[in-house]
Design a protein around this ligand. Structure first.
Ligand SMILES: [Zn+2]
Ligand SMILES: [Zn+2]
Length: 225
């Protein structure tokens, strides 16, 4: 892993922060009110509690990746560049495998006991916004990131570029599925689809739409709505 890799990683994290802040602002702005999927009736979580949870989870995620890079870096990232078609294959395979495993992790977390002590923290958010994308129990945060690294190490080790693209898509998708917004421009079609599907999971049907990126896992296992 080179200095350029860590600079790119830092840029992705800053971009994530900007995207999260923008969508968190937009969902509460009167200018975007017409694009809300649902209008929150009341705020169940205080801004202070939200900020503490999000800050702790962000620090936990950074510490997790520092640990993984030091001890398992060679399992994740190969020190060689690969052609574009290989990058596409590594990204697609890693994300598909991750989402497949995440489907079962997420479905398992809906077991009443796990829901009560772990996943219920995230579902306390009835009207998610991008800021709540990492409003999680720390164990769920670590399990999700661990699963992403596991998927990459099974497919890989992947090239540094592939890792950065996977990291980018995983993080941006997680922020946007919680945006609670459907924006009219065709460029947002995929993001709108993700947001609508995940909003159903937070709202009407807790036992539907467990996958986060590829809806066909839910279609395959009969939990699509
Ligand atoms: Zn859930
Ligand atoms: Zn969610």
């Amino acid at each position: 892993m080179t200095t350029a890799f860590f600079i790119a990683l830092g840029c992705i994290l800053m971009f994530d922060g900007v995207v999260m802040a923008f969508f968190a602002w937009a969902v509460h702005s009167p200018r975007f009110a017409q694009y809300r999927i649902r209008t929150p009736d009341r705020q169940r979580i205080s801004n202070g509690r939200k900020a503490v949870n999000i800050a702790l989870n962000a620090m936990l995620a950074l510490s997790f990746f520092a640990f993984v890079f030091v001890y398992f870096g060679d399992n994740l990232i190969a020190n060689e560049s690969v052609p574009g078609v290989m990058i596409f294959g590594e990204v697609l395979a890693s994300l598909m495998l991750y989402d497949f495993m995440y489907y079962f992790l997420h479905r398992g977390m809906h077991h009443p006991k796990v829901m009560k002590y772990v996943h219920g923290v995230h579902h306390y958010v009835r009207f998610p916004t991008s800021a709540e994308s990492i409003f999680l129990h720390p164990a769920e945060n670590l399990a999700g990131l661990g699963l992403l690294c596991l998927a990459i190490s099974i497919v890989g080790p992947v090239s540094a570029v592939s890792f950065l693209i996977i990291f980018f898509i995983h993080h941006v998708a997680n922020i946007l599925v919680h945006s609670n917004l459907v924006l009219p421009h065709p460029a947002f079609r995929l993001f709108n689809f993700w947001a609508i599907k995940h909003d159903i999971h937070h709202g009407k049907h807790l036992n539907r739409n467990y996958a986060s990126i590829f809806p066909f896992w839910d279609q395959m296992f009969g939990t699509y709505a």
